[in-house]
Design a protein around this ligand. Sequence first.
Ligand SMILES: [Zn+2]
Ligand SMILES: [Zn+2]
Length: 147
Amino acid sequence: MVDSFLLTVLPEIIRLIVLAVFVLWKFYRFVRSNYRYMAMINKKSSKFIYRKNPNSEIPECAICLSDFVESDKGRKLECEHMFHRHCVEKWLQEYKGTCPLCRSSIVSEEILAEYRRVKNEQNDNIFEKELALLLLSVMQGGSCNGF
Ligand SMILES: [Zn+2]
Ligand SMILES: [Zn+2]
């Protein structure tokens, strides 16, 4: 009785643990790569909030081609070029890890490649689906046994 219970349940439990480890490992890699990527951007640029200054020209964001307005969130890259924070972060993530104006390197190829790979993996959530199905079948199996 106990043996047959173990034989049916144990493989499911092992599968569950393996899947959970895969999901956690993926999540860990996602967080780590995100962290490395943002740390790199933070190191190579500084955040600022734009305040109007009558003595200087209004800067323009070369990505969305609009002027900065009061209290816009911006990022100034190492090369002194300024962009909106969301514009330049999107640019660095989806295009190249370089300044859109002068092409000086901001995020290294290696970190950018890892970031993109992990992000793609995040999109196909095969392990999560498998885990959800397994949990569902275990729960249904459990209630059937009760009757
Ligand atoms: Zn912009
Ligand atoms: Zn630049």
